[in-house]
Design a protein around this ligand. Structure first.
Ligand SMILES: Cc1ncc(COP(=O)(O)O)c(C=O)c1O
Length: 392
């Protein structure tokens, strides 16, 4: 990218830019490939069904009644109050809506601003792999050092011993993501107790990425950092209104952290975006009062997962159980020896279904013959995709 810019411009110097080692995200690449081949896109993680009409009406109402200028930097107070209430209801902790909550432009901005707030050159950041792709570039921009800790296969569990060994005097931040993208694994109560104990007496901070907090299956429970006092007091807990309300395009997320940490976070947030979309904040403040919208999400997505898996019963792909999120791992072990990027490309171009190769979620790509499929799609799309996959 930097090379092209210099070649195409009148600049004479070969500048070095900030992220030479990163390209376009795999999600954009696979979505473009899916479009090119008119393949069913189960690659990128977004719903293909509409969000609530009532929510759209609320945003329209607030736009039409003049709520179109900058929101307060930390977010609209009424929305922060609703988020505080929901946190107390679900996790037994009532954050102060004035000092502990900030509304962001999607969880993406929340993650970026948290990493920028915490990480200084040379600081080590522990990231569990496979890992969602937004952490590494932010760490790199801050001059931080990413320390990957592999989740244990086959079920992508937290390896306590490995985690304990990875901590050093330079560890500044741990990034935990549960329910986990891409694997769909969730951390257990024992994992959270272990982490709490491990960090006791240290100054290590925690970024707890909980954007799929409302998508957990089979009666299992999401364990939030909010529920563990010694973790909560060192945590930035991040969630996404886009994920919860099928509105990923509105770019709405939020962060909860203790007052002192949040004060530092806001210093960064105010210069990155200042504030998030105003009418949406007012609309969510009202819409969130209906608890059934987020409490019903587990069942809503479990039905989709079960429909997809049921339709895949005769396929040669091996199903890796998913406990949460709207992602499903399928292994093509025994079907091809090719690497997963080549296999995903072939699957899109020849068989008409796009998925994400899991190797891209590692710093050092490894071929576990695994693909990630997004099942946040309508019934017809899931059945059509499964039919194509069963023919392979
Ligand atoms: C684990 C994880 N964190 C953060 C995000 C970003 O969420 P948002 O769309 O609200 O920016 C995503 C989106 O896919 C995600 O999967």
């Amino acid at each position: 990218m930097s090379e092209n810019f210099t070649q195409n411009s009148t600049l004479k110097t070969q500048h070095s830019f900030k992220l030479p080692q990163f390209g376009t995200t795999i999600f954009t690449v696979m979505s473009q490939l899916a479009n090119e081949h008119q393949a069913i896109n189960l690659a990128q993680g977004f719903p293909n069904f509409p969000c609530s009409d009532q929510l759209v009406d609320l945003v329209t109402f607030y736009m039409k009644t003049g709520h179109n200028q900058y929101a307060p930097m930390p977010g609209v107070a009424a929305l922060r109050e609703q988020i505080a209430k929901k946190t107390a209801l679900l996790y037994g902790h009532l954050p102060d809506s004035n000092s502990d909550i900030t509304i962001t432009c999607g969880a993406t901005e929340a993650v970026f601003s948290t990493i920028t707030t915490c990480v200084q050159p040379g600081d080590e950041v522990i990231v569990f792999e496979p890992a969602f792709d937004i952490y590494a570039p932010a760490i790199s921009l801050c001059g931080g050092v990413l320390k990957p800790v592999a989740l244990s296969l086959p079920d992508y569990r937290l390896d306590h011993e490995l985690l304990a060994k990875s901590i050093s005097s330079k560890t500044k931040l741990i990034i935990l993501n549960s329910p986990h993208n891409p694997s769909g694994a969730i951390v257990s109560h024992e994992d959270m107790l272990f982490l709490e104990q491990l960090l006791k007496g240290t100054d290590i901070l925690l970024l707890s990425d909980e954007v799929y907090e409302h998508i957990v299956f089979d009666g299992k429970k999401h364990h939030s950092a909010h529920e563990y006092p010694d973790l909560r007091n060192r945590s930035f807990v991040i969630s996404s209104l886009g994920k919860t309300y099928h509105t990923t395009g509105w770019r709405m997320g939020y962060v909860i952290a203790p007052k002192a940490l949040m004060a530092e976070f806001r210093k960064v947030h105010q210069y990155i975006t200042f504030s998030a979309h105003t009418p949406s904040q007012y609309a969510f403040a009202e819409f969130m009062k209906d608890e059934s919208q987020y409490l019903g999400l587990n069942d809503f997505f479990q039905q989709k997962r079960d429909l997809f898996l049921n339709a895949l019963k005769t396929s040669r792909f091996k199903v890796i159980p998913t406990a949460g999120t709207y992602f499903q791992f399928l292994s093509y072990q025994g079907m091809s020896d090719g690497n997963d990027v080549a296999y995903a490309t072939q699957l899109t171009a020849i068989h008409g279904v796009a998925a994400i190769p899991v190797s891209v979620f590692y710093q050092e790509p490894q071929n576990n013959h695994m693909l990630r499929f997004c099942f946040a799609k309508d019934e017809e799309t899931l059945l059509k995709a499964a039919e194509k996959l069963c023919k392979i």
